[in-house]
Write a protein that binds this ligand. Structure first.
Ligand code: IMP
Ligand code: MG
Length: 180
């Protein structure tokens, strides 16, 4: 896509403003500061969707921590899930000396996190928790619950703040509903 009008025409409405996101970032930065004080903390972010969230969350945390990335694909194009999860990038480091916090953009069917959570759990981190920016509980296909959820949203496809539709819209500073 190269046409700005076409791009903007598919932004249905702002669901969560940048201000609302910033407030939650501050709140959860403080929660993580308290929870992991004095502990070796590793944030494991799932690319690509969580890249902006991870950047902001990391800067809202004031205690020392490391970051690492994994990548998984379950949506290949458009707004429908393929059902199959492929891990396309894995972390190389030993995580057995870390408290690991998985940082995800959205939990939809739950399939991606189920796979990633199990994969990390098998490597015996000191602890393993999940923090997600968004949760769409109505869409769950496999049982999965995050430890921390910033926003629970209804079953609409959303874009922005890292989340894409066909690789576009990740750059929107807010979260919006997509007009199909
Ligand atoms: P799940 O495996 O179905 O829970 O969802 C996995 C991935 O699908 C998420 O990490 C997102 O990258 C993507 N996804 C799910 N719902 C949406 C949405 O509403 N907008 C954009 N991406 C989504
Ligand atoms: Mg994702």
């Amino acid at each position: 896509m190269t046409d700005k009008k076409e791009f903007e025409g598919r932004i249905e409405r702002v669901l969560i403003s940048k201000d609302e996101i910033d407030k939650k970032l501050k709140e959860y930065g403080e929660i993580i500061d308290r929870e992991y004080a004095g502990k070796p903390l590793l944030l494991v972010s799932i690319l690509k969707g969580a890249f902006i969230f991870l950047g902001d969350l990391s800067r809202s945390i004031t205690i020392p921590h490391e970051i690492a990335f994994m990548a998984a694909q379950s949506y290949f194009e458009g707004t429908s899930s393929s059902g199959q999860v492929n891990i396309t990038l894995d972390i190389a480091q030993d995580i057995s000396d870390y408290h690991v916090l998985i940082v995800e953009d959205i939990i939809d069917t739950g399939r991606t996190l189920k796979v990633i959570h199990q994969r990390l759990k098998d490597r015996n981190p000191l602890s393993l928790k999940v923090l997600t920016l968004l949760d769409k509980p109505e869409r769950r296909v496999v049982d999965f619950k995050a430890d921390y959820t910033l926003f629970t949203i209804p079953d609409n496809f959303v874009i922005g703040y890292g989340l894409d539709c066909g690789e576009y819209y990740r750059n929107l500073p807010y979260i919006a509903e997509y007009k199909a």
